[in-house]
Write a protein that binds this ligand. Sequence first.
Ligand code: GAP
Length: 457
Amino acid sequence: MEKTEDQTMEKIVSLAKRRGFIFPACEIYGGFGSSFSYGPYGTALKNNIKSLWLKRFVDGRDDMYAIDGPIILHPALWKASGHTDGFNDAMVDCKKCKKRFRADHLVEEATGEDHEGDLVKLNAALAAGIACPNCKAKQWTDARFFSLMFKTEMNGLEEPVYLRPETAGAIFVEFNNILDTMRPKLPFGIAQIGKAFRNEIVTGNFIFRVREFEQMEIEYFIDPEKEWDDVFENLLKEQEAFCRDLGLAEGSFTRREHEKEKLSHYSRKTVDVEYSFPFGVKELFGLAHRGDFDLKVHSEHSGKKLEFFDQASGRRFIPHVIEPSFGVERALLATLHSAYREEILEGGEERAVLKLPYQLAPIKVAIFPLLKNKEQLVAKAREIYSELRSVFACEFDDNGNIGKRYRRQDEIGTPFCVTIDFDTLEKGEVTVRHRDTMKQEKVSVEELKNYLLGQLK
Ligand code: GAP
Protein backbone atom coordinates (compact mmCIF):
# COMPACT_ATOMS: atom_id res chain seq x y z
CA MET A 1 0.00 0.00 0.00
CA GLU A 2 1.28 3.49 -0.85
CA LYS A 3 2.22 5.40 2.28
CA THR A 4 1.95 9.17 2.50
CA GLU A 5 5.05 10.48 4.18
CA ASP A 6 3.40 12.44 7.02
CA GLN A 7 1.31 9.47 8.00
CA THR A 8 4.31 7.18 7.80
CA MET A 9 6.17 9.29 10.34
CA GLU A 10 3.18 9.23 12.71
CA LYS A 11 2.89 5.49 12.28
CA ILE A 12 6.57 4.90 12.95
CA VAL A 13 6.42 7.01 16.12
CA SER A 14 3.33 5.15 17.27
CA LEU A 15 4.75 1.70 16.47
CA ALA A 16 8.02 2.63 18.20
CA LYS A 17 6.11 3.39 21.39
CA ARG A 18 3.51 0.64 21.19
CA ARG A 19 6.06 -2.07 20.52
CA GLY A 20 8.76 -1.07 22.98
CA PHE A 21 11.33 0.58 20.69
CA ILE A 22 11.30 4.24 21.75
CA PHE A 23 9.35 6.09 24.45
CA PRO A 24 9.20 9.83 25.15
CA ALA A 25 11.32 10.01 28.32
CA CYS A 26 9.85 10.90 31.73
CA GLU A 27 6.29 10.77 30.46
CA ILE A 28 4.91 10.48 34.01
CA TYR A 29 6.31 14.00 34.57
CA GLY A 30 4.92 15.26 31.29
CA GLY A 31 7.98 14.48 29.14
CA PHE A 32 11.24 16.36 29.21
CA GLY A 33 13.10 18.42 26.62
CA SER A 34 12.42 16.13 23.66
CA SER A 35 14.39 13.32 25.21
CA PHE A 36 13.67 9.69 24.51
CA SER A 37 14.22 6.36 26.23
CA TYR A 38 14.91 3.22 24.27
CA GLY A 39 12.83 0.20 25.22
CA PRO A 40 14.06 -3.39 24.93
CA TYR A 41 13.68 -3.64 21.13
CA GLY A 42 14.99 -0.10 20.54
CA THR A 43 18.03 -0.87 22.68
CA ALA A 44 18.65 -4.10 20.77
CA LEU A 45 18.22 -2.35 17.40
CA LYS A 46 20.60 0.42 18.44
CA ASN A 47 23.17 -2.12 19.64
CA ASN A 48 22.84 -4.05 16.38
CA ILE A 49 23.41 -0.86 14.37
CA LYS A 50 26.53 -0.10 16.42
CA SER A 51 27.77 -3.69 16.00
CA LEU A 52 27.34 -3.49 12.23
CA TRP A 53 29.24 -0.21 12.21
CA LEU A 54 32.06 -1.68 14.31
CA LYS A 55 32.19 -4.70 12.03
CA ARG A 56 32.45 -2.59 8.87
CA PHE A 57 34.68 0.22 10.11
CA VAL A 58 36.80 -1.27 12.90
CA ASP A 59 36.83 -5.06 13.30
CA GLY A 60 36.80 -5.74 9.57
CA ARG A 61 39.86 -3.55 8.92
CA ASP A 62 43.51 -3.54 9.95
CA ASP A 63 43.87 0.23 10.00
CA MET A 64 41.34 1.25 12.67
CA TYR A 65 41.69 1.49 16.44
CA ALA A 66 38.69 1.90 18.72
CA ILE A 67 38.78 3.98 21.89
CA ASP A 68 36.27 4.98 24.55
CA GLY A 69 36.96 8.43 25.98
CA PRO A 70 35.15 10.47 28.65
CA ILE A 71 32.07 12.61 28.11
CA ILE A 72 33.44 15.39 30.29
CA LEU A 73 36.81 16.39 28.89
CA HIS A 74 39.34 19.05 29.82
CA PRO A 75 37.74 22.44 29.09
CA ALA A 76 40.98 23.52 27.38
CA LEU A 77 40.17 21.02 24.62
CA TRP A 78 36.95 22.83 23.68
CA LYS A 79 38.65 26.21 23.91
CA ALA A 80 41.33 24.98 21.50
CA SER A 81 38.89 23.42 19.04
CA GLY A 82 36.86 26.64 18.95
CA HIS A 83 33.71 25.08 20.41
CA THR A 84 33.60 27.15 23.63
CA ASP A 85 33.42 30.42 21.72
CA GLY A 86 32.13 29.40 18.34
CA PHE A 87 29.81 26.39 18.49
CA ASN A 88 26.67 28.45 17.95
CA ASP A 89 23.44 28.48 16.04
CA ALA A 90 21.60 31.68 15.16
CA MET A 91 18.17 31.88 16.73
CA VAL A 92 15.30 34.25 16.19
CA ASP A 93 11.99 34.78 18.00
CA CYS A 94 8.66 35.60 16.42
CA LYS A 95 7.56 38.86 18.07
CA LYS A 96 3.89 37.89 17.83
CA CYS A 97 3.64 34.26 19.01
CA LYS A 98 7.04 34.25 20.79
CA LYS A 99 8.05 30.97 19.21
CA ARG A 100 11.78 30.45 18.75
CA PHE A 101 13.36 29.16 15.53
CA ARG A 102 16.75 28.50 14.04
CA ALA A 103 17.24 31.48 11.75
CA ASP A 104 19.24 29.53 9.14
CA HIS A 105 16.54 26.88 8.88
CA LEU A 106 13.79 29.48 8.37
CA VAL A 107 15.78 31.25 5.68
CA GLU A 108 16.81 28.06 3.92
CA GLU A 109 13.25 26.74 3.86
CA ALA A 110 11.88 30.04 2.50
CA THR A 111 14.62 30.95 0.02
CA GLY A 112 16.71 27.83 -0.50
CA GLU A 113 19.77 29.86 0.52
CA ASP A 114 22.22 28.63 3.12
CA HIS A 115 23.39 31.56 5.29
CA GLU A 116 24.34 29.51 8.34
CA GLY A 117 26.61 31.53 10.62
CA ASP A 118 26.07 34.87 8.81
CA LEU A 119 23.88 37.08 11.04
CA VAL A 120 23.80 39.99 8.60
CA LYS A 121 22.48 37.90 5.72
CA LEU A 122 20.09 36.00 7.98
CA ASN A 123 18.58 39.22 9.39
CA ALA A 124 18.29 40.70 5.89
CA ALA A 125 16.52 37.61 4.57
CA LEU A 126 14.12 37.55 7.55
CA ALA A 127 13.35 41.26 7.17
CA ALA A 128 12.58 40.73 3.49
CA GLY A 129 9.33 39.06 4.53
CA ILE A 130 9.68 35.50 5.81
CA ALA A 131 6.51 34.45 7.63
CA CYS A 132 6.48 32.68 11.00
CA PRO A 133 5.63 29.01 10.34
CA ASN A 134 3.49 29.07 13.51
CA CYS A 135 1.40 32.27 13.32
CA LYS A 136 2.29 33.68 9.86
CA ALA A 137 3.40 37.04 11.31
CA LYS A 138 6.46 38.64 9.71
CA GLN A 139 7.92 40.38 12.74
CA TRP A 140 11.18 38.99 14.01
CA THR A 141 13.63 39.85 16.75
CA ASP A 142 17.22 40.24 15.55
CA ALA A 143 18.83 36.86 14.97
CA ARG A 144 21.54 36.18 17.58
CA PHE A 145 23.90 33.40 18.38
CA PHE A 146 23.13 30.81 21.00
CA SER A 147 25.78 28.39 22.25
CA LEU A 148 25.08 24.71 21.73
CA MET A 149 27.49 23.68 24.48
CA PHE A 150 25.96 21.99 27.52
CA LYS A 151 27.64 23.62 30.50
CA THR A 152 28.06 21.92 33.84
CA GLU A 153 30.27 22.07 36.93
CA MET A 154 32.92 19.86 38.39
CA ASN A 155 33.69 19.81 42.09
CA GLY A 156 36.94 21.56 42.85
CA LEU A 157 37.04 23.45 39.57
CA GLU A 158 36.00 27.08 39.23
CA GLU A 159 35.65 27.25 35.48
CA PRO A 160 32.71 25.49 33.84
CA VAL A 161 33.12 22.14 32.12
CA TYR A 162 31.07 20.85 29.20
CA LEU A 163 29.36 17.66 28.11
CA ARG A 164 31.11 16.84 24.83
CA PRO A 165 29.23 18.19 21.77
CA GLU A 166 30.88 15.53 19.57
CA THR A 167 32.94 12.42 20.22
CA ALA A 168 35.78 13.58 17.95
CA GLY A 169 37.47 15.72 20.62
CA ALA A 170 38.36 12.73 22.78
CA ILE A 171 40.06 11.12 19.77
CA PHE A 172 42.51 13.93 18.98
CA VAL A 173 43.79 14.16 22.56
CA GLU A 174 44.64 10.44 22.56
CA PHE A 175 46.57 10.61 19.27
CA ASN A 176 49.98 10.19 20.95
CA ASN A 177 48.74 7.33 23.15
CA ILE A 178 47.56 5.39 20.10
CA LEU A 179 50.86 6.04 18.34
CA ASP A 180 52.83 4.86 21.37
CA THR A 181 50.78 1.78 22.17
CA MET A 182 49.63 0.53 18.77
CA ARG A 183 52.49 1.69 16.49
CA PRO A 184 50.18 2.24 13.51
CA LYS A 185 51.32 3.04 10.00
CA LEU A 186 49.72 5.86 8.06
CA PRO A 187 46.97 5.97 7.00
CA PHE A 188 45.13 4.82 10.10
CA GLY A 189 41.98 5.76 11.94
CA ILE A 190 40.84 6.12 15.53
CA ALA A 191 37.18 5.31 16.03
CA GLN A 192 34.77 5.95 18.85
CA ILE A 193 31.11 5.39 19.63
CA GLY A 194 29.53 7.41 22.38
CA LYS A 195 27.10 10.02 23.59
CA ALA A 196 27.27 13.63 22.48
CA PHE A 197 25.23 16.54 23.82
CA ARG A 198 24.06 19.70 22.09
CA ASN A 199 21.86 22.34 23.58
CA GLU A 200 19.84 22.54 20.36
CA ILE A 201 17.50 25.53 20.09
CA VAL A 202 14.88 23.57 18.27
CA THR A 203 14.62 19.81 18.50
CA GLY A 204 12.19 17.75 16.52
CA ASN A 205 11.20 15.20 13.95
CA PHE A 206 11.18 12.51 16.62
CA ILE A 207 14.79 11.36 17.21
CA PHE A 208 16.23 13.25 14.21
CA ARG A 209 17.32 16.32 16.19
CA VAL A 210 17.70 15.76 19.91
CA ARG A 211 19.91 17.22 22.62
CA GLU A 212 21.44 13.94 23.73
CA PHE A 213 22.47 11.49 21.04
CA GLU A 214 25.11 9.00 20.06
CA GLN A 215 27.78 9.40 17.44
CA MET A 216 30.02 6.90 15.72
CA GLU A 217 33.07 8.84 14.56
CA ILE A 218 36.43 8.18 12.98
CA GLU A 219 39.45 10.42 12.61
CA TYR A 220 41.35 8.93 9.69
CA PHE A 221 44.92 10.25 9.64
CA ILE A 222 46.73 10.58 6.31
CA ASP A 223 50.09 11.76 5.02
CA PRO A 224 49.60 15.36 3.81
CA GLU A 225 52.08 14.80 0.99
CA LYS A 226 50.13 11.94 -0.49
CA GLU A 227 47.12 12.11 -2.76
CA TRP A 228 43.91 12.07 -0.67
CA ASP A 229 41.01 12.02 -3.17
CA ASP A 230 40.88 8.24 -3.33
CA VAL A 231 40.98 7.89 0.45
CA PHE A 232 38.10 10.36 0.72
CA GLU A 233 36.12 8.61 -2.02
CA ASN A 234 36.69 5.18 -0.47
CA LEU A 235 35.47 6.36 2.94
CA LEU A 236 32.42 7.88 1.27
CA LYS A 237 31.74 4.60 -0.51
CA GLU A 238 32.03 2.80 2.83
CA GLN A 239 29.50 5.23 4.31
CA GLU A 240 27.16 4.38 1.44
CA ALA A 241 27.82 0.67 1.94
CA PHE A 242 26.83 1.17 5.58
CA CYS A 243 23.55 2.72 4.38
CA ARG A 244 22.97 -0.55 2.49
CA ASP A 245 23.86 -2.52 5.63
CA LEU A 246 21.02 -0.60 7.30
CA GLY A 247 18.65 -1.70 4.55
CA LEU A 248 18.24 1.79 3.06
CA ALA A 249 17.02 1.51 -0.52
CA GLU A 250 19.19 2.65 -3.44
CA GLY A 251 18.16 6.20 -4.28
CA SER A 252 16.93 6.99 -0.76
CA PHE A 253 20.41 8.18 0.27
CA THR A 254 22.38 10.70 -1.76
CA ARG A 255 25.58 12.73 -1.60
CA ARG A 256 25.61 16.48 -1.12
CA GLU A 257 28.94 18.19 -1.44
CA HIS A 258 29.27 21.47 0.46
CA GLU A 259 30.07 24.48 -1.71
CA LYS A 260 33.75 25.36 -1.59
CA GLU A 261 33.05 28.96 -0.44
CA LYS A 262 31.00 27.68 2.52
CA LEU A 263 33.69 25.33 3.85
CA SER A 264 35.53 26.11 7.08
CA HIS A 265 38.92 27.65 6.30
CA TYR A 266 40.72 24.38 7.10
CA SER A 267 38.45 22.01 5.17
CA ARG A 268 39.26 20.89 1.63
CA LYS A 269 36.08 18.98 1.05
CA THR A 270 32.93 18.09 2.96
CA VAL A 271 30.19 15.78 1.75
CA ASP A 272 26.97 14.94 3.57
CA VAL A 273 25.26 11.62 2.98
CA GLU A 274 21.62 12.65 3.05
CA TYR A 275 18.54 10.51 3.46
CA SER A 276 15.05 11.09 2.14
CA PHE A 277 13.26 11.30 5.50
CA PRO A 278 9.48 11.77 5.50
CA PHE A 279 10.08 15.42 6.51
CA GLY A 280 12.60 16.13 3.74
CA VAL A 281 16.03 15.22 2.45
CA LYS A 282 18.32 15.77 5.45
CA GLU A 283 21.81 15.00 6.69
CA LEU A 284 22.30 11.43 7.81
CA PHE A 285 26.10 11.21 8.00
CA GLY A 286 29.00 13.52 7.20
CA LEU A 287 32.49 13.23 5.76
CA ALA A 288 34.99 16.08 6.08
CA HIS A 289 38.61 16.64 5.14
CA ARG A 290 39.81 18.76 8.08
CA GLY A 291 43.44 19.21 7.10
CA ASP A 292 45.78 19.48 10.10
CA PHE A 293 43.47 21.88 11.96
CA ASP A 294 42.66 19.70 14.97
CA LEU A 295 46.06 18.22 15.75
CA LYS A 296 47.64 21.61 15.17
CA VAL A 297 45.39 23.56 17.54
CA HIS A 298 45.62 20.89 20.24
CA SER A 299 49.37 20.88 19.86
CA GLU A 300 49.52 24.69 20.12
CA HIS A 301 47.21 24.87 23.14
CA SER A 302 48.69 21.92 25.03
CA GLY A 303 52.32 22.60 24.17
CA LYS A 304 52.72 18.90 23.25
CA LYS A 305 53.82 17.72 19.84
CA LEU A 306 51.19 15.72 17.99
CA GLU A 307 53.24 14.42 15.10
CA PHE A 308 53.83 11.27 13.14
CA PHE A 309 57.35 10.01 12.44
CA ASP A 310 57.64 8.23 9.12
CA GLN A 311 60.57 5.86 9.44
CA ALA A 312 60.85 5.15 5.72
CA SER A 313 61.35 8.78 4.72
CA GLY A 314 62.65 10.12 8.03
CA ARG A 315 59.95 12.83 7.91
CA ARG A 316 58.18 14.10 11.03
CA PHE A 317 54.88 15.87 10.37
CA ILE A 318 51.35 16.60 11.56
CA PRO A 319 49.05 14.26 9.62
CA HIS A 320 45.93 15.53 7.92
CA VAL A 321 42.63 14.00 8.88
CA ILE A 322 39.47 12.88 7.13
CA GLU A 323 36.51 12.54 9.46
CA PRO A 324 33.55 10.22 8.78
CA SER A 325 30.85 11.05 11.31
CA PHE A 326 27.64 9.10 11.91
CA GLY A 327 24.63 9.70 14.17
CA VAL A 328 23.15 6.56 15.71
CA GLU A 329 19.66 8.05 16.14
CA ARG A 330 19.50 9.22 12.53
CA ALA A 331 20.72 5.82 11.36
CA LEU A 332 18.02 4.20 13.47
CA LEU A 333 15.27 6.51 12.21
CA ALA A 334 16.27 5.95 8.56
CA THR A 335 16.37 2.20 9.23
CA LEU A 336 12.88 2.19 10.74
CA HIS A 337 11.54 4.35 7.91
CA SER A 338 13.05 2.12 5.22
CA ALA A 339 11.90 -1.07 6.89
CA TYR A 340 8.32 -0.01 7.62
CA ARG A 341 5.69 -1.47 5.30
CA GLU A 342 1.93 -1.78 5.35
CA GLU A 343 0.49 -4.65 3.38
CA ILE A 344 -3.04 -5.77 2.63
CA LEU A 345 -3.36 -9.50 3.03
CA GLU A 346 -5.72 -11.86 1.32
CA GLY A 347 -9.11 -11.36 2.94
CA GLY A 348 -8.44 -7.64 3.36
CA GLU A 349 -6.59 -7.77 6.65
CA GLU A 350 -3.77 -5.23 7.03
CA ARG A 351 -0.37 -5.97 8.41
CA ALA A 352 2.38 -3.57 9.42
CA VAL A 353 5.80 -5.13 9.14
CA LEU A 354 9.36 -4.00 9.74
CA LYS A 355 11.40 -5.59 6.96
CA LEU A 356 14.65 -5.02 8.81
CA PRO A 357 17.87 -6.59 7.55
CA TYR A 358 18.14 -9.83 9.53
CA GLN A 359 21.31 -8.69 11.28
CA LEU A 360 19.47 -5.69 12.70
CA ALA A 361 16.31 -7.41 13.88
CA PRO A 362 16.06 -7.18 17.69
CA ILE A 363 14.60 -10.71 17.85
CA LYS A 364 15.68 -13.26 15.25
CA VAL A 365 13.38 -16.14 16.14
CA ALA A 366 10.05 -16.24 18.00
CA ILE A 367 8.89 -19.57 19.42
CA PHE A 368 5.21 -20.31 19.85
CA PRO A 369 3.49 -23.33 21.38
CA LEU A 370 0.29 -23.66 19.34
CA LEU A 371 -1.86 -23.85 22.47
CA LYS A 372 -1.08 -22.34 25.82
CA ASN A 373 -3.06 -24.90 27.79
CA LYS A 374 -1.46 -28.07 26.36
CA GLU A 375 1.32 -28.91 28.75
CA GLN A 376 3.23 -31.13 26.33
CA LEU A 377 3.28 -28.45 23.61
CA VAL A 378 4.44 -25.79 26.05
CA ALA A 379 7.15 -28.05 27.47
CA LYS A 380 8.45 -28.92 23.98
CA ALA A 381 8.35 -25.26 22.94
CA ARG A 382 10.29 -24.31 26.10
CA GLU A 383 12.87 -26.98 25.32
CA ILE A 384 13.36 -25.69 21.75
CA TYR A 385 13.41 -22.10 23.01
CA SER A 386 16.16 -22.79 25.53
CA GLU A 387 18.28 -24.51 22.89
CA LEU A 388 17.87 -21.76 20.29
CA ARG A 389 18.33 -18.81 22.64
CA SER A 390 21.96 -19.77 23.21
CA VAL A 391 22.54 -19.02 19.52
CA PHE A 392 19.95 -16.39 18.48
CA ALA A 393 18.05 -13.55 20.13
CA CYS A 394 14.79 -15.43 20.75
CA GLU A 395 11.42 -14.70 22.25
CA PHE A 396 8.88 -17.13 23.67
CA ASP A 397 5.25 -16.16 23.16
CA ASP A 398 2.17 -18.16 24.11
CA ASN A 399 -0.27 -15.24 24.22
CA GLY A 400 -3.34 -15.04 21.98
CA ASN A 401 -3.93 -16.80 18.71
CA ILE A 402 -1.09 -17.55 16.30
CA GLY A 403 -2.24 -14.84 13.85
CA LYS A 404 -1.93 -12.18 16.56
CA ARG A 405 1.48 -13.49 17.56
CA TYR A 406 2.64 -13.26 13.93
CA ARG A 407 1.37 -9.65 13.68
CA ARG A 408 3.25 -8.70 16.82
CA GLN A 409 6.52 -10.24 15.59
CA ASP A 410 6.02 -8.63 12.16
CA GLU A 411 5.80 -5.24 13.84
CA ILE A 412 9.12 -5.74 15.60
CA GLY A 413 10.76 -7.19 12.49
CA THR A 414 11.36 -10.79 13.65
CA PRO A 415 12.49 -12.74 10.56
CA PHE A 416 11.30 -16.20 11.72
CA CYS A 417 8.47 -17.56 13.84
CA VAL A 418 8.57 -21.21 14.87
CA THR A 419 5.32 -22.91 15.89
CA ILE A 420 5.33 -26.08 17.96
CA ASP A 421 2.17 -28.08 17.30
CA PHE A 422 0.97 -31.71 17.44
CA ASP A 423 3.16 -32.59 14.44
CA THR A 424 6.13 -31.63 16.60
CA LEU A 425 5.15 -34.19 19.19
CA GLU A 426 4.20 -36.87 16.67
CA LYS A 427 6.61 -36.36 13.76
CA GLY A 428 9.33 -34.14 15.27
CA GLU A 429 8.51 -31.23 12.90
CA VAL A 430 7.91 -27.54 13.55
CA THR A 431 6.38 -24.88 11.28
CA VAL A 432 8.75 -22.08 10.34
CA ARG A 433 7.06 -18.93 9.08
CA HIS A 434 9.03 -16.32 7.12
CA ARG A 435 8.41 -12.65 7.92
CA ASP A 436 8.78 -11.23 4.41
CA THR A 437 6.92 -13.80 2.32
CA MET A 438 4.71 -15.16 5.14
CA LYS A 439 5.44 -18.60 3.63
CA GLN A 440 5.37 -21.48 6.06
CA GLU A 441 7.41 -24.65 5.87
CA LYS A 442 7.95 -27.74 7.94
CA VAL A 443 11.41 -28.25 9.38
CA SER A 444 12.54 -31.11 11.58
CA VAL A 445 13.39 -30.25 15.16
CA GLU A 446 16.81 -31.83 14.67
CA GLU A 447 17.56 -29.61 11.68
CA LEU A 448 16.01 -26.43 13.07
CA LYS A 449 19.13 -24.78 14.51
CA ASN A 450 21.21 -25.36 11.37
CA TYR A 451 18.32 -24.34 9.16
CA LEU A 452 18.01 -21.01 11.01
CA LEU A 453 21.78 -20.51 11.06
CA GLY A 454 21.77 -20.91 7.27
CA GLN A 455 18.91 -18.44 6.84
CA LEU A 456 20.27 -15.84 9.25
CA LYS A 457 23.91 -15.82 8.18
N1 GAP B 1 32.61 15.75 14.47
C1 GAP B 1 31.79 16.18 13.38
C2 GAP B 1 30.39 16.36 13.74
O1 GAP B 1 30.02 16.24 14.90
P1 GAP B 1 28.05 16.97 12.76
O2 GAP B 1 27.58 17.04 11.33
O3 GAP B 1 27.78 18.16 13.62
O4 GAP B 1 29.60 16.66 12.67
C3 GAP B 1 27.72 14.40 12.94
O5 GAP B 1 27.44 15.67 13.45
C4 GAP B 1 26.46 13.54 12.91
O6 GAP B 1 25.87 13.51 14.21
C5 GAP B 1 25.38 14.07 11.99
O7 GAP B 1 25.59 13.65 10.65
C6 GAP B 1 24.13 13.45 12.60
O8 GAP B 1 23.99 12.12 12.16
C7 GAP B 1 24.45 13.44 14.10
N2 GAP B 1 23.84 14.58 14.81
C8 GAP B 1 24.31 15.85 14.90
N3 GAP B 1 23.51 16.60 15.65
C9 GAP B 1 22.49 15.81 16.06
C10 GAP B 1 21.31 16.02 16.87
N4 GAP B 1 21.06 17.19 17.46
N5 GAP B 1 20.48 14.97 17.06
C11 GAP B 1 20.75 13.75 16.50
N6 GAP B 1 21.83 13.51 15.74
C12 GAP B 1 22.69 14.52 15.51
